[in-house]
Design a protein around this ligand. Structure first.
Ligand code: DGY
Length: 334
């Protein structure tokens, strides 16, 4: 039995999946599942452990918290056929190194679009309406009496919304925000290519430079790559409207965070909403959190049971088809 089981393809899972997806993987026939048992949900697999457990595996089902680079791939060795990340973003994976070794990369596009767009809108509303300060006032006994001038936020009506990256999530965000801006509001977007679907909501493609100067609200909805890493920096912040609302639900690294703090201390911005930061988790003493107009939530854009289950199921299907050498249902294209 032991000898037989060691002949089965090995799948390394780096964190427990949502219950249905976990069952799907555990019930898969003819695989040996190797799983790192985390201490609840607080910890990711330590790098040393990851390197040790990856030796000789055929497939890896990982999270966005695990770096997949040449060191890991070398250690895993020639059996490795597929890396399946339970995320739509894959900036933690060195795609070139995978290509060199003909290893497929599976990801989970589409299924988290609604959840992430929802949370982007939630942050836009929370920041424009000063939700963090309001909640703090209630909890800290600073809520006195109704006053015509207390905690005044900004109305979205008639505003210009700038979407950076009109992919699935960017479009779903724009669609949700459209009713808030009314007939006289505008949606503009920046993107490498013209998106035909944009015309269905009257969104116009503009240069990035134009977008940052003209938008009242900017939503970062693009993938992080060489082009977009730290594209929001001091130079860019200085060109924005002084009361601009900036929301990032994509990747923390798209914003140069030290520059963000510097700009905040110089009085720029109407407010900031972040679901993603550098690093994650953000230290509770991070200077960013000292600014009342900054609202940070802990990378929960896709965190609904429905969405995480769909992501988990796709990640399982990707790894299982990958170890059999079949076409992945959702593969990052070469
Ligand atoms: C992803 O899938 O890349 C998201 O960041 C997870 O919420």
């Amino acid at each position: 039995r032991k000898i037989y089981s060691s002949m089965l393809p090995k799948v390394l899972l780096t964190k427990s999946l949502p219950p249905d997806s976990q069952k799907l993987l555990e019930n898969a026939k003819d695989i040996e599942l190797i799983q790192w048992k985390s201490d609840g949900e607080v910890q990711s697999i330590p790098r040393e452990k990851f390197l040790e457990m990856a030796k000789g595996v055929d497939g890896i089902l990982c999270m966005l918290t695990e770096k997949i680079d040449s060191e890991l791939l070398d250690v895993a060795g020639p059996n490795l056929k597929v890396v399946s990340t339970m995320s739509v973003g894959y900036d933690h994976v060195d795609l070139n190194e995978l290509r060199k070794r003909s290893i497929s990369l599976g990801y989970t596009p589409g299924v988290l679009t609604d959840a992430v767009a929802d949370i982007t809108v939630l942050l836009v509303l929370a920041v424009t309406r000063r939700m963090r300060e309001g909640i703090q006032a209630v909890e800290n006994g600073k809520w006195r009496i109704w006053s015509p001038t207390w905690l005044l936020g900004t109305q979205l009506t008639n505003k210009t919304i700038g979407i950076v990256g009109l992919g699935r999530i960017g479009f779903a965000t724009a669609l949700r925000l459209k009713p808030f801006i009314g007939n006289n509001g505008k949606i503009i977007y920046s993107s490498r290519v013209e998106k035909p679907i944009a015309s269905s909501i009257g969104a116009t493609k503009v240069e990035f430079e134009f977008l940052i100067r003209k938008s009242d609200v900017i939503c970062i909805c693009c993938a992080m790559n060489e082009e977009t890493k730290e594209m929001f920096n001091y130079e860019v912040f200085k060109k924005m409207k002084s009361n601009v609302i900036l929301v990032n639900t994509a990747r923390g690294g798209i914003i140069h965070q030290d520059d963000l703090c510097r700009s905040l201390s110089e009085g720029l911005f109407g407010g900031i909403g972040l679901d993603v930061t550098t690093p994650e988790p953000l230290n509770p003493n991070d200077p960013l959190l000292k600014f009342d107009k900054v609202t940070v939530i802990p990378h929960i854009g896709s965190a609904t049971l429905e969405t995480r289950t769909m992501m988990g199921n796709i990640a399982v299907e990707n790894v299982l088809t990958g170890i059999r050498g079949e076409a992945l249902p959702h593969r990052v294209d070469d």
